[in-house]
Design a protein around this ligand. Sequence first.
Ligand code: FNR
Length: 357
Amino acid sequence: MSGDRKDDHVRLAAEQQASGPRRNGYDDVAFVHHALDGIDVDQVTLCTEVADAPWPLPFYINAMTGGSDMTGAVNRDLAIAARETGAAIASGSVSIALGDPSVAPTFRVLREENPDGFVMANLGVERSADDARRAVELLEANALQVHVNAVQETVMPEGSRSFSTWPSSLERIIAAVDVPVIVKEVGFGLSSGTLRRLADMGVAYADVSGNGGTDFVRVENERRPQRDYGYLEGWGQSTVACLLEAPAGAPTLLASGGVRSPLDVARALALGARAVGVSGSFLSVVLDGGAEALRDRIQEWTMHLGSLFALLGAEDLTALRTTDVVVSGATAQFCAARGVDLTTLAQRSLGRSSNAR
Ligand code: FNR
């Protein structure tokens, strides 16, 4: 594993952002507008609670990078923006630093610049229980993200092709660490069946990280001389499809993958996410304008999100989950095929005391 690969990931993921926001599953999700339901923005609280901690913002800077000089500098900027806004933040996979202590500072910077913030360490599911403990120690992390990325490994030139031991490896990691574990995909989604398996294993948090944003098939395929896996682009389920089909009893849900705007954050929260992770959209901001630009962007999203809550008549996350949401297009077709009822979702406000519509 090398720092060059980390640089490639950042460069190729940023290139995907260059053409601007793309249509994705979020475009199939619309709030029903009720013209008299609005409240005052100062009645709104955006705070949430994740992994036993209060988060002032319901969106966070999701796992990206570390492991080279360039990505260490990116992490410094991400950490400063997190510190100045109160956003929670995740590291990229720290595997590389566990094997090569000389690059540990490119991850440690996330904690050093943000000593009081909520910081998540990130590691692949195939790693040992001891590695998981070391990953948490490295960042004095508040939680551990464990990524499950079989699609990425399949296309990655140096990737693994052995996935059968992942469930048992995950169980060992969960048993070994004493911070909350968040199992996450990397942009291909967690199905209802996977969420059920995770719940059975005792996983408390899952970040569904669905498709529609950064596509790691595309990233890894660009790193192959033959570029021979192009046909797999678009693999997986969208973030909204994952949220919609999540079974009762699933781990507490976080949502990432394809989040382009404060409206996408509100959509994911309304569909049940406890918090919403953003990688690609924030990466291009930080690469173009550094920590200050990302701080400004996060503050802008926070302000907009408060306004959207007020417009929707939701004073907090719980109230947002009683808004009427209509799902159409390919996402509705997916839900029909998977036996997910969408009519209740479109009429949730009937149960609200203030609205006898
Ligand atoms: C990622 N992602 C990621 N995820 C993870 O669990 N460990 C990792 O090391 C990385 N590395 C990484 C590098 C870069 C440059 C990007 C953009 C992303 C995946 C990320 O956390 C997220 O799941 C997906 O990118 C989908 O979200 P977006 O990018 O569509 O917001």
